[in-house]
Design a protein around this ligand. Sequence first.
Ligand code: ARG
Length: 464
Amino acid sequence: MSSEKTNQSWGGRFSEPVDAFVARFTASVDFDKRMYKHDIMGSIAHATMLAKVGVLTNAERDSIVQGLNAIREEIEAGKFNWRVDLEDVHMNIEAVLTERIGIVGKKLHTGRSRNDQVATDIRLWLRDEIDLILAEITRLQQGLLDVAEANAETIMPGFTHLQTAQPVTFGHHLLAWFEMLSRDYERLVDCRKRVNRMPLGSAALAGTTYPIDRAVTCDLLGFEAISGNSLDGVSDRDFAIEFCSAASLAMMHLSRFSEELVLWTSAQFRFIDLPDRFCTGSSIMPQKKNPDVPELVRGKTGRVFGALMGLLTLMKGQPLAYNKDNQEDKEPLFDAADTLRDSLRAFADMVPAIKPKKDFMREAALRGFSTATDLADYLVGKGLPFRDCHEIVGHAVKYGVDNIKDLAEMSLEELRQFSDKIEQDVFQVLTLEGSVNARDHIGGTAPRQVRLAVERGRKLIAER
Ligand code: ARG
């Protein structure tokens, strides 16, 4: 059987070509070609190392490196012909290399297997993606700091159970999202350390008989460490699962944030306006302006959770070492990274353009007895035990509900029905400003604390 009919990379022991459908079914080139740059990077490092240890001559190395660089340019110019019959990105590039530079091209794979090659490529690819994602998180956080600073004194109702709870500043509310994103950032930085370990040199599963120097390839590829066991090196996909886990948490945060933006833009809340460029209309209802970007991000969160579940399930039954199952790692991983990056990008563009409707926020904070806790705290200040104060204020609120009056709208006489400890000075604590200004400690909602938190946030970002 001629080598044209069977695959030239492994056709030697085969007596008939692979079935046409099976060839398509087992091929991964349609999706793994996006790792071409990292595949070429890995191959150049491998060839350079092989020359250094004397397995290749310098001339052979140079010819391989030149050939690979030319192929990269061709791919980037959109002129490369990807062939499904060559299965994956690795064999496509190697086959064309051999076509171009001749027999030397076949020497590139000395001391290497596609098993350690692909594991290396994914790690290099993911390392780059993480860096892009980290940059988007930072951009979004900067936007949050700017809007928070501009709204350090803007008052809105804070909620628990989605019922009006206590007044908070809009800046403080936005900085809650900043905190979550800081943890997402930390998680990805930590995950990157374990992504950035080099499996190259594990070969198929047992290592190689050639005198390879893994420290050289590690250095050339900018890895932080070399994998310590060849069986683990080719089969470990923890790093991808860990990334999807960190990505899922980040998406969960964006999804919650989205939900608030959807609520806030509704006619029932009217807390904010999103610029038209982040919204779309309805083909039937002319008045509609829908918050599509947050809705879509909320929806896309499911894809990333799905990728996490998919990868966990992919790995759970696999014996050591490499199994073809592992080819299924790429699509969920790529999709999770794309989804997170795009969602962050959309948010980073949108958040600085959020326009708070301060009057409506204020009006909502004035409704719903949001300063009831302040009244209780005021009575504690007059010497009553908190539980009694809670009871007293409960009666005042009941009276307010029956008479459609907020606490600050009641006269001193009305308030004194509930406790004679209440005096003229009560009205300071019942105002929204009094309420937020009183919460003046680290992590509190007072405008002064918002400004301090913005300062801390800017410092944190500057140190990244
Ligand atoms: N396309 C394969 C993957 O994505 C590359 C490794 C294949 N190795 C093998 N021995 N079949 O995992």
